[in-house]
Ligand binder design. Structure first.
Ligand SMILES: NC(=O)c1ccc[n+]([C@@H]2O[C@H](COP(=O)([O-])OP(=O)(O)OC[C@H]3O[C@@H](n4cnc5c(N)ncnc54)[C@H](O)[C@@H]3O)[C@@H](O)[C@H]2O)c1
Length: 266
C-alpha cells in the first residue's frame, strides 16, 4: 500500500485551470490519474492541459459553469461518456469580491454570486457525481474550503460564509454518502502566493464584459506565526492528493487546515 492508488482513477477538478487547480491537476497526473479539467471557458481548461507534463498525461476539458445545474449535469455526463466513471471530485472553483466590501456595502447580487460559485456548486457537483460514484462502488470528494471559513475576514462576508458552509456541507455529505463508500473531506488553505479570481475578472471571462479594477495582491501578506512562512502552491497539493487517495479510506467528514499553523496560534 505504498502508492496512493490513484493510477487510472478518473478525477474531475472544478476550477481546475486556476492556480491551485492546475497544481492539483499536475499532482494527480504525476500519479497516473485521468483528468477532467473544469473551468468556465474551454480555452482556459485547454491552457491548463497544455501546461501538464509527464510521460502519459491523459486530460480533457470539462467546461461549464459550476453554479448552473444544467451545465454541471452536462459536464458530468460528458466525463462519464469519455472515461466511463468518476472516482474523485475536487471542488476548487471559487470567486472573490475585490476590493473587499463591508456587509452594508455589498449588493445582494454579489452575495448570491459568491455563494453560488463557492458553496452551491459543491452541492451541485455532488448531486450529479454521487450517483456515478455509487454505481462504481464508491469515490472521494475533496472540497476546497478556506481558512476564511473558520474565521471572519474584513470585507469578506460572502466568501467566509460560503467557505464556512463548505466545511459544514462536507460533514453533511459525509454523513449522507458514507454508506455508499464515498468519502467527503475538505481542505482549508491559508493564504497562498496567488490571489483568487475576482468577481470582475469572472465577469470579463464569462460575459466579455469590461475588466473591473485590477486588484493588487491581497492575500499572502500575513505570515503564519507557527511555521513563519507563507504557503507555496505546492504546499496544498499533497493534502488534496492524500484525501483523494486510498490512504484516506477511513477519513470522512474532516477538514484539513493547510495554513502554516495560523489557527493554532489564535
Ligand atoms: N488563493 C488563495 O489565497 C486561497 C486561499 C484559501 C482557499 N482558496 C481556495 O482554493 C481554491 C482554488 O483557488 P485559486 O487560488 O486557485 O484561485 P483561482 O482564481 O486561480 O482559481 C479558481 C478557478 O475557478 C474558476 N471558476 C470561477 N467561477 C467558475 C464557475 N462558475 N465555473 C467554473 N469555473 C469557475 C476560475 O476561472 C479559476 O480558474 C478556491 O476554492 C479558493 O477559494 C484559495
Amino acid at each position: 500500500m505504498r502508492d496512493l492508488g490513484l493510477k487510472d482513477k478518473v478525477v474531475l477538478i472544478t476550477g481546475g485551470a486556476g492556480v491551485l487547480g492546475t497544481a492539483f491537476s499536475q499532482g494527480f497526473a504525476d500519479h497516473g490519474a485521468k483528468l477532467a479539467i473544469n473551468d468556465l471557458k474551454e480555452e482556459k481548461a485547454l491552457e491548463c492541459i497544455g501546461k501538464l507534463t509527464g510521460p502519459a498525461v491523459e486530460a480533457v476539458p470539462a467546461t461549464g459553469d459550476v453554479s448552473d445545474d444544467a451545465d454541471v449535469a452536462r459536464m458530468v455526463a460528458g466525463v462519464v461518456e469519455r472515461f466511463g466513471a468518476i472516482d474523485v471530485v475536487v471542488n476548487a472553483a471559487a470567486v472573490q469580491i475585490y476590493p473587499p466590501k463591508s456587509i452594508t456595502d455589498m449588493e445582494p447580487g454579489e452575495w448570491d454570486f459568491v455563494l453560488d460559485i463557492c458553496l452551491k456548486a459543491a452541492y451541485l457537483s455532488t448531486r450529479h457525481v454521487a450517483p456515478v460514484m455509487k454505481r462504481r462502488g464508491g469515490g472521494k470528494i475533496v472540497n476546497i474550503a478556506s481558512i476564511a471559513g473558520h474565521r471572519g475576514t474584513a470585507g469578506g462576508a460572502a466568501y467566509s460564509a460560503a467557505k464556512g458552509g463548505v466545511v459544514m456541507l462536507t460533514r453533511q455529505m459525509a454523513v449522507e454518502l458514507g454508506r455508499d463508500n464515498i468519502n467527503v473531506n475538505s481542505v482549508s488553505p491559508g493564504f497562498t502566493p496567488n490571489r483568487l479570481t475576482t468577481i470582475y475578472e469572472y465577469e470579463a471571462l464569462a460575459k466579455g464584459a469590461g475588466q473591473g479594477p485590477e486588484p493588487s495582491h491581497a492575500a499572502g501578506e500575513f505570515t503564519p506565526p507557527a511555521l513563519g512562512r507563507k504557503g507555496e502552491v505546492e504546499d496544498f497539493v499533497g493534502p488534496v492528493l492524500f484525501l483523494a487517495s486510498r490512504w484516506a479510506d477511513y477519513i470522512t467528514g474532516a477538514d484539513l487546515p493547510v495554513e502554516g499553523g495560523r489557527m493554532a496560534a489564535r
